[in-house]
Design a protein around this ligand. Structure first.
Ligand code: RNT
Ligand code: ZN
Length: 418
């Protein structure tokens, strides 16, 4: 059977269940997903040579890590070629590019330090998202940034946040695509604190000051990301789930961002998505794969990934949920890690778009749980692989050929890096 014949047969089988696969693929081609620049070098960036701090950690030492902006951009180009679907590029402030060695500290960052990235994005038709970098820096005092009791520490990081709002607006104006700007800090403590409220009040006031930086809410979409705990920050996290959610709920224009690695292991973000959609016009996600903790393994086409995509699609919320990948694995080929993760989320979205949700909802509302179970199980047996192959083909990237290209790039480019 040719690929065309295989797809035609699959399309017919889906049609019988009430799903239009052509329409599903057309919809997916329009939906942007934000590709994180930091899988290319495990969140190192270009503005410091110290260690990664702030409660996040990477493991592994696979050769070929990108060491310069040019190398990172070249690697990203490979990923863009090997992955189907529309993309935004997600940058961290620590990836500023200082020409002729003219360094600027984080509180002094300006749009000009990201000109190269804007040029890169425009040439490739990508929107840009942004993140202030509140970690891996010597101005962090006792693990604290925006919630520090030290006024000068807080001031430095507030100024960093404000600079990032200005840069985010510059991104949006240049690319013509709104910029999602996510605030995450690892603020917290290793051991039992004597005061849990004070730091949260300071954190709240500091984020309010950042958001007071003038910006067009149509162009810059600030978010707050919560976390349950980090390595070395086991006892107390200032920006906890309740903190971030309450902050977003009470600050117009601020979105809650859920990272599915940031909850207790039996909590699932899939169930939280429609809960937030009942209240917020827009929400944001970091899509990762936590293994026992916030380990940031490569995203796979697994059950919870599929459930998250399903909740977005069946809530008709593809236009309301800002989706970004967030993981970093240094133990395997980084181009492959990026590609598998991006493709997995695309698969999950396409799988969700190829599910007869209206029919299934009708069964639920009719109280027909017996047939609902039977039908939901049957969906899993449909020839999804043939639809996925067709989608990849329609985007100019085959399911079969991409890994051979990664191996070539590894031999020709990555293996030659020191
Ligand atoms: C850390 C958060 C945060 C970071 C990125 C690099 O636990 O998930 O989003 O991963 O900002
Ligand atoms: Zn995250």
């Amino acid at each position: 059977m040719t690929a065309d014949e295989r797809y035609a047969a699959a399309r017919e089988q889906y049609r019988e269940t009430g799903v239009d696969t052509d329409r599903a693929m057309a919809r997916l081609r329009e939906v942007p997903v934000s590709l994180h620049c930091w899988q290319g070098d495990e969140v190192t960036g270009f503005d410091h040579d110290g260690p990664l701090t702030g409660g996040i950690q990477t493991t592994g030492n696979y050769p070929g890590k990108a060491r310069t902006p040019e190398e990172l951009m070249a690697d990203l180009d490979e990923v863009l070629k090997l992955t189907p679907g529309r993309k935004k590029l997600n940058l961290h402030a620590s990836y500023a590019i200082f020409e002729d060695g003219r360094f600027a500290d984080r509180d002094r960052l300006e749009p000009k330090h990201f000109e190269k990235w804007v040029e890169y994005a425009k040439e490739r038709g990508l929107g840009l998202d942004f993140n202030p970098t509140f970690f891996s820096h010597e101005r962090i005092r006792d693990g604290l940034t925006l919630s520090s009791p030290d006024e000068t520490v807080r001031r430095f990081w507030i100024d960093h946040g404000k600079a990032c709002i200005r840069i985010s607006e510059y991104f949006a104006r240049e690319t013509g695509v709104p910029c999602v700007m996510n605030i995450w800090t690892g603020d917290g403590s290793k051991d039992i604190p004597a005061d849990r409220l004070g730091p949260r009040e300071r954190y709240r006031a500091a984020i309010e000051e950042i958001l007071a930086e003038p910006h067009d809410p149509g162009l810059v979409k600030p978010c707050v990301e919560s976390k349950v705990f980090g390595i070395g920050v086991e006892s107390y996290t200032v920006g906890s789930g309740e903190f971030a959610l309450s902050f977003a709920a009470t600050h117009e224009g601020c979105l809650p961002l859920m990272d599915n690695g940031h909850y207790h292991p039996t909590e699932v973000v899939s169930d939280k998505i429609p809960a937030l959609l009942a209240f917020f016009p827009e929400i944001a996600l970091h899509i990762t794969r936590p293994v026992r903790w916030d380990s940031d393994h490569v995203v796979l086409f697994d059950d919870e990934t599929r459930e998250m995509a399903k909740e977005i699609v069946r809530s008709d919320a593809l236009g309301r949920v800002h989706m970004a990948l967030d993981y970093f694995d240094a133990g395997i080929n980084r181009i492959s890690a990026w590609t598998v993760g991006f493709r997995s989320w695309q698969k999950a979205l396409l799988f969700a778009l190829c599910t007869p949700h209206e029919e299934l909802k009708r069964l639920q509302d009719a109280g027909n749980w017996t047939e609902l179970m039977v039908r939901q199980e049957a969906v899993k047996m449909l020839p999804f692989g043939d639809v996925w192959s067709e989608y990849c083909r329609s985007c100019g990237t085959s399911e079969e050929g991409w890994f051979a290209q990664v191996k070539r790039y590894e031999a020709d480019v990555l293996a030659k890096r020191g």
